[in-house]
Design a protein around this ligand. Structure first.
Ligand code: NAD
Length: 340
């Protein structure tokens, strides 16, 4: 039987990288092409065990390069595309949104156009709960897939724009697609600029941990392995044209997430430094994930298990994260958290 080809974009990043780890082990009938520009957020150490794997190919390429993307698709004739690649850090989008618009909007359009031309069997676009904007703090409402798209920052606006273009390619050209909207992911190999790895690493290094504003903003936490399984289910069972929310009902205030990590690492509240709030900081995201559950997906990992596993992983894998603290990330910290 002919081996099917899956193009995974952004597979050198956090969620795409975990997806490849989990998928390749259990799906020998597919060849995975990992296309990634290797920005500051991408690195290949996490895939060193795949270097000689016959089912894996790495391609360094920029999704905003239309000619290169078109040529690649015409040559390889991918069966499926799973599109993770993006600029993802809200704080960076607030400082300068240009690359966010280029990569997240134009890059997605390039991939859609190339996919349409070769007739891919399915395009799975990875998106975020942030496209819905935020909920009133005391509300019991949850976002469903038909909630209005009302993003509040330039990262979520770029993701929402991409979502609309993906939907337009389905409606106008019939390109089979699904959109997966994740809540906040956490787990191994997350770049240490995001809340959970930042907190763990700074505490392991006996440094202060920054918390925005009053720390009461609520996020819904999803373990990255559960997120990867949701993508596989959507790839195989998602109804073309449909959007699927994916979250695990782990709604937590940022301060409580940090307190859990402090406790696990035997630290006290004196390690916390409250910093000036992020402009336009969304107070609360909560999604209803009953639609993906109707396809058979369930989260397997409780927050209590997931956070313990994540802390243990960062403790044991300093060799992965310590080189990332130098250079670009260090400069970003210096510029951003001036009072730490
Ligand atoms: P990440 O920042 O860890 O990784 C992004 C990857 O995309 C990197 O490897 C980077 O090199 C690559 N990339 C960036 N620009 C590129 C370009 N122009 N061409 C090719 N590759 C490029 O991101 P992540 O946290 O793994 O997020 C993956 C996807 O999931 C994104 O689309 C993001 O919007 C979405 N998402 C993430 C979360 C989360 O909590 N991390 C939550 C909801 C949705």
């Amino acid at each position: 039987m002919k081996q099917e080809k899956i193009l995974v974009t952004g597979g050198a990043g956090f969620i795409g990288g975990n997806f490849i780890h989990n998928f390749i082990r259990t799906n020998p009938d597919y060849h995975i092409f990992n296309l990634d520009l290797l920005t500051y957020a991408g690195e290949l150490q996490k895939h060193r065990h795949l270097e000689n794997d016959r089912n894996y190919t790495f391609i360094q390429m920029d999704i905003t390069n239309f000619d290169a993307i078109t040529e690649l698709f015409q040559r390889e004739k991918f069966d499926y595309v799973i599109h993770f690649a993006a600029e993802t850090h809200v704080d960076r989008a607030i400082i300068n949104s240009e690359t966010f618009i280029k990569t997240n909007v134009l890059g997605t359009q390039n991939l859609l156009e190339a996919s349409k031309e070769i007739g891919v069997k399915k395009f799975v676009h990875i998106s975020t709960d942030e496209v819905y904007g935020d909920l009133a703090y005391d509300s019991t409402e949850k976002f469903s897939e038909i909630s209005p798209v009302q993003p509040n920052n330039t990262y979520s606006a770029s993701k929402a724009s991409a979502d609309l273009i993906v939907q337009a390619y389905y409606k106008t050209y019939g390109l089979p697609m699904n959109i997966v909207r994740f809540s906040n992911n956490y787990g191994p190999y997350q770049f240490p600029e995001k809340l959970i790895p930042l907190t763990i690493i700074r505490l392991l290094n006996d440094e202060k941990v920054p918390i925005y504003g009053d720390g009461k903003n609520i996020r819904d936490w999803l373990y990255v392995k559960d997120a990867s399984r949701a993508v596989v289910i959507v790839l195989h069972k998602g109804i073309p044209g449909e959007i699927y929310n994916v979250s695990a009902n782990n709604e937590k205030r940022n301060i409580d997430v940090v307190r859990t990590i402090l406790q696990e690492l035997g630290k006290t509240e004196s390690s916390i430094e409250y910093v000036k709030d992020r402009p336009g900081h969304d107070r609360k995201y909560v999604m209803d994930s009953s639609k993906i559950k109707s396809l058979g997906w369930r989260p397997n990992t409780s927050f209590e298990q997931g956070i313990k596993q994540t802390i243990a992983w960062y403790r044991e894998n300093k060799i992965w994260w310590s080189p990332l603290l130098k250079g670009e990330l260090n400069d970003f910290f210096q510029r951003h958290y001036t009072n730490l």
